[in-house]
Design a protein. Structure first.
Length: 351
């Protein structure tokens, strides 16, 4: 893509304080597990997800997205008036209309001169938002842009458990289509894109929309308190098709970075799905799994917030080193696949 200016100036994460283990979720599925003669422990065994987090009651997606946005601006060391564009990228929204970004903008006190809109692309929303902002920075349309997301998993988990326990027609096969819903967690992230920070050196993307039926979530009230969303996923086929697509994206991304066959990233951060997905992706792309940094074990799959949250936590843990190339890779329902590579600027690492 040839970026010369656009950088990730700061990345921040906001984590809920309420922690719920996979075992606790399964214990709430007692009616279903008893009827199907299933044992507690299969959820963590199959996914590697030990626990996930949920927001306290009464919070809207915009509330937590605004928190993450403020944290990202503070870390970037810029003023609110310098933000030329705000993009809300979460699956979770306050309502269908207006854009949830409108509420985030108001809560943050951003200037009226800012361009404000939502971007929706399942778990790839934040990656897409960052690329849009990077293009605007590169073209000189804005100095800084802010991408935020506030994912609220509670309503999906609650309604899924209710349906699984009450619908006596659900057998083991039926449970399988809802299993991915039980891996979802809550989180919020914010990324400032601007002319300084970790430089974007390459990006790539591709899609296979013939497989858009593999994961579908309904819009029953959005993802706010009291709503009743439900999602059905063919996890096995989605994994297989998604990884096949990732090979094409990875080839494009390597070419955009100008890497020779012996060259590659120093650290890899992916959208956090689970251990089976990680193992298959690294094997197919020929990546060293020792370069992986993961958070799914204790955060679960946090939708569009997963990848930026994991990047932020990798930085806070000291895994990012000055000069390193960090690959950020995501596969989302649709199927869409996207990735970008940044070179770490030591001056912008968490102290």
């Amino acid at each position: 893509m040839g970026y010369r200016v656009a950088c990730l100036t700061s990345v921040r994460v906001e984590l809920p304080t309420s922690v719920v283990t996979s075992e606790e979720l399964e214990e709430r599925l007692g009616a279903l597990y008893g009827r199907l003669r299933l044992h507690v422990g299969r959820l963590e065994l199959m996914t590697g997800i030990r626990e996930r987090r949920f927001w306290e009651g009464g919070l809207m997606p915009s509330d937590v997205a605004a928190r993450a946005g403020i944290a990202a601006i503070r870390k970037a060391g810029i003023s609110l008036d310098q933000v030329g564009c705000l993009v809300n990228c979460s699956v979770s929204r306050d309502c269908v209309e207006p854009a949830t970004a409108s509420f985030v903008h108001q809560l943050m006190g951003l200037p009226p001169s800012a361009l404000v809109f939502d971007v929706s692309n399942a778990c790839l929303g934040m990656v897409n938002g960052v690329l849009l902002l990077a293009n605007m920075v590169e073209m000189g349309q804005i100095e800084y842009g802010l991408a935020v997301c506030g994912e609220n998993a509670g309503p999906l988990i609650e309604h899924t458990i209710s349906v699984l326990n009450s619908d006596l027609s659900i057998d083991r096969r039926g449970l399988k289509s809802h299993f991915a819903s039980l891996t979802i967690g809550s989180c919020a992230s914010g990324i400032v894109v601007g002319p300084r920070g970790h430089r974007i050196v390459g990006c790539g993307w591709c899609c296979d929309t013939s497989q858009s039926h593999l994961c579908r979530g309904d819009g029953a009230g959005g993802m706010t308190e009291g709503s009743q969303p439900l999602m059905e996923t063919d996890s096995e086929t989605l994994l297989k098709r998604g990884v096949m697509l990732a090979r094409t994206m990875w080839s494009q991304l390597r070419e955009d970075c100008g890497w020779q066959p012996s060259e590659g990233p120093d650290l890899v951060v992916t959208h956090q799905v689970g251990k089976a997905h990680r193992a298959r992706l690294y094997e197919e792309l020929g990546l060293d799994i020792a370069k992986d940094f993961s958070t799914f074990e204790y955060l679960g799959n946090c939708g569009s917030a997963s990848l930026p949250a994991t990047l932020c936590l990798a930085e806070e843990s000291g895994r990012l080193k000055a000069g390193d190339h960090v690959a950020m890779l995501g596969i989302g329902s649709g199927i869409n696949c996207a990735g970008l590579v940044c070179q770490v600027d030591g001056a912008y690492l968490a102290s």
